[in-house]
Design a protein around this ligand. Structure first.
Ligand SMILES: O=C(O)CCC(=O)C(=O)O
Length: 275
C-alpha cells in the first residue's frame, strides 16, 4: 500500500503506542546520511556553543553539555530539521496537518557522568497550551542502560497533571518555576506503582513522546561510550501561545499574545500536509 508509512516508517501500532502509552520507539526511521550530518552539526555546536548552552556536570565528573536553537546558526542541523522525515513523523503521530519547531536541544552525556536526567515533562518549560506536543529524541550513538538510556513512565501523559519544572541535569527547582501540580512524584521510590519503559537504541532509531510524558535518563556510567542526542520539540494544529513566568529557552521571547497562533521566526513552520 503506498502510504506515508513506507516513506516515513510510522505504523498504525506506533501511533497507537504514542497516543496510548505516551511514547513510541521508532526503529530505523532516520537514514545514515542524516545521522552523519547531525554528528557534524553537533560537534560544530559543541566546539562553538551558543548563549543558552551549559554543562550540568561542570562541577562534578564527566560532562552533560546541552545547547539550544542550533537551527538559527548551524547549517547541518537546520537542514535536518527542515528536510529530513523528522517533522512528518511527528505530524503522523499527532494527526496534525502542520508542524512547528519550538525547540532543538542538543544533549551530550559523556562517559563517567554521574548526573541522571531528572524526571520531568517537557511542556511545562514552554509557553504553549494545547495537546499536540511531540518530542523526538534522536540518538547519534548507540544507547543502552549504562550510557544514559532514556526512561518513561507509561501513560503519564494522560494523568491530567503538569508538574513543576526542575533543572533537568541537577534536579533543583529554579526560583521562578511555577508550582503547577507540584513536584514530579517520587518515581524511583515507588517501583511497584509506575511502569517504566526504556529501550536500547541504534543510530537511526528515535523515541517520540508526548509533551506531558514524565521521563528522565540514566547517568552515563560507562567507561567509553558517548551518548549524544538531538531532541526536537514539535507542535501541531491545536497549539496556542500561553505565557508563563518560567520559560528557560525564551530569552527575549516573541511578540505573541495569549491564544495566538505561534508561527514566527523563533517557532517556524517546518512541515505542512500536501493539499
Ligand atoms: O537526553 C537526555 O538526557 C534527556 C532528554 C530529555 O529529557 C528530552 O529530550 O526531553
Amino acid at each position: 500500500m503506498a502510504t506515508s508509512d513506507q516513506t516515513i516508517g510510522v505504523s498504525d501500532e506506533d501511533i497507537r503506542q504514542w497516543r496510548g502509552d505516551g511514547v513510541a520507539r521508532l526503529r530505523s526511521v532516520i537514514a545514515p546520511k542524516w545521522i552523519e550530518q547531525l554528528r557534524l552539526g553537533a560537534e560544530q555546536t559543541h566546539t562553538n556553543p551558543g548563549t543558552l548552552s551549559k554543562d550540568y556536570a561542570a562541577e562534578t565528573s564527566g560532562s552533560f553539555f546541552t545547547d539550544h536553537a542550533m537551527f538559527q546558526r548551524n547549517d547541518a542541523i537546520r537542514n535536518f530539521i527542515f528536510s529530513s522525515p523528522a517533522a512528518e513523523i511527528a505530524a503522523r503521530l499527532m494527526g496534525s496537518r502542520r508542524i512547528n519547531l519550538i525547540d532543538d536541544h542538543l544533549l551530550f552525556k559523556e562517559p563517567g557522568t554521574d548526573n541522571p536526567t531528572y524526571w520531568h515533562q517537557d511542556q511545562p518549560y514552554f509557553q504553549f497550551g494545547g495537546w499536540q506536543f511531540c518530542s523526538l529524541w534522536v540518538p547519534l550513538d548507540p544507547v543502552a542502560e549504562d550510557n544514559g538510556g532514556m526512561r518513561f513512565v507509561k501513560g503519564s501523559h494522560a494523568w491530567g497533571k503538569e508538574f513543576q519544572p526542575v533543572r533537568i541535569g541537577l534536579g533543583d527547582t529554579p526560583d521562578d518555576a511555577e508550582i503547577l501540580d507540584g513536584p514530579v512524584p517520587d518515581i524511583d521510590g515507588a517501583p511497584d506503582k509506575y511502569e517504566i519503559l526504556s529501550w536500547d537504541l541504534a543510530p537511526g532509531d528515535c523515541l517520540a513522546f508526548h509533551g506531558r510524558m514524565v521521563h528522565g535518563a540514566r547517568p552515563n556510567t560507562s567507561a567509553d561510550k558517548r551518548r549524544r542526542a538531538l531532541s526536537l520539540r514539535f507542535t501541531g494544529d491545536d497549539i496556542r501561545w500561553q505565557p508563563r513566568p518560567y520559560a528557560p529557552t525564551d530569552e527575549g521571547g516573541p511578540d505573541l499574545k495569549a491564544g495566538d497562533e505561534i508561527t514566527c521566526e523563533k517557532y517556524p513552520e517546518v512541515w505542512t500536509a500536501p493539499v
